[in-house]
Design a protein around this ligand. Sequence first.
Ligand code: SF4
Ligand code: SF4
Length: 460
Amino acid sequence: MAVSTSEKVKGGFTFRRGVHPPHRKSFSESRAIEQIQLPAGSEVVVPLSQHIGAPCSATVEAKQQVVVGQEVGSSDAFVSAPVHSPVNGTVKEIAPLPHPSGRKVLSVVITVGDEQPEPSIWRELPENCTIDSLENTTSEQIVDTIRQAGIVGQGGAAFPTAVKLVQNQQKPVDTILLNGCECEPYLTSDQRLMIEAAGPMLLGLQLAVKAAGAQKGIIAIEDNKPDAINTVFKLIKDIDNLQLAICRTKYPQGGERQLINAVLGRVVPTGGLPLDVGVVVINAGTASAIAWACIEKRPCYERIVTVTGAGIKNPGNFRVPVGMMLSDLLEHCGGLTDDAEKVLLGGPMMGPAAARLDLPILKGTSGITVLSKAEVVENKEVACIRCGRCVDHCPLNLVPTRIAHAVKARDLETAEDYDLAACIECGCCTYVCPSKIPLIQYLRSGKSMIARKKQQVKSK
Ligand code: SF4
Ligand code: SF4
């Protein structure tokens, strides 16, 4: 049945509140994705926990030879994802090592061997993961392949994708929303993926639709990415169950709740999940990884990362082995400029500052932003003037100033009463605050204090 253009593409989607920070994507948006090959003798650090859920146990031991794509850690837990070696090499040790979370995490350290295969060769997923085509497969086979490939959400949350897609009779899904908004300033890895690998990405979306038993997939892209919009539109024209939603550029349009509300008009309840309103959201990188796993039997051992900002000599987009050290990646990009000031794990709105550079790139690392002195505005916090701007811009309709005040006073009950748990840590409140109050930091520390308290109660 022919589908008209107006049914395939709709535009003007947006959400209430939010902010308009400068995009600053020109550092890297025109740079094609470059494959990184690690030199012999260098090391990768593959943490056994780089996802939400149970950590893996190592399935290799020190001095063992491993090859690209070989599983090096796994778990029987339902919410978990195995991890794989991104190189041919030798396991040097399995030890607790610094992790982007700030904690030490048990990790498999692999010394890169002399002989590396071509980028198109890896240890394939087991035979039962073979999927010839979208038509000749089942939902269970797709979900099982995604699980064995270790795919997690690549937008930063790192939730195991198989768990998201497994069918739930109580909560049926009708729509898979592919989040191609990449609303975080500076970052361009999804944009490049949509231009350079839209075919696999759309196949991954179709596989996700089938896995979840949904009726359709919608690709949501912000209107500041016309090249990605054109590429995707040409490819979906003849695919009946895919549609394109063009969203107005605004931060945080890519937040799951904002996107679902903007495109589908549905409201995810506080404390609930997209599943509660019949939706699963996957990111552009995640969709591509699904296609590579299902069609090429390729585990998730590398990802696209943007390295950008005025503080890096050669910004760009890179296909990076998961476990590559941040310091090595920065060096690959020519190193830091003389006026580099701050390295962020992510973009400037949500990315925390890296306290050290001996950290591994994870499956959820979408970008590294290196700000120069000129880009870092040193703000001295002064008293709240009760202007209400943080309230006016919070996409969750929270009252950030009151929550921060409660956290400062260690009054966690009041912070919870003001719905701290609903905060998505987007940073809009901090961005607009004229008193330069680091509201997001207070909110994050409030959440950690509450989590610690709950843990203590549980372990009593
Ligand atoms: S309170 Fe949370 S959700 Fe609201 S603007 Fe601040 S960081 Fe974003
Ligand atoms: S934006 Fe800043 S100064 Fe204004 S009410 Fe919020 S915390 Fe206070």
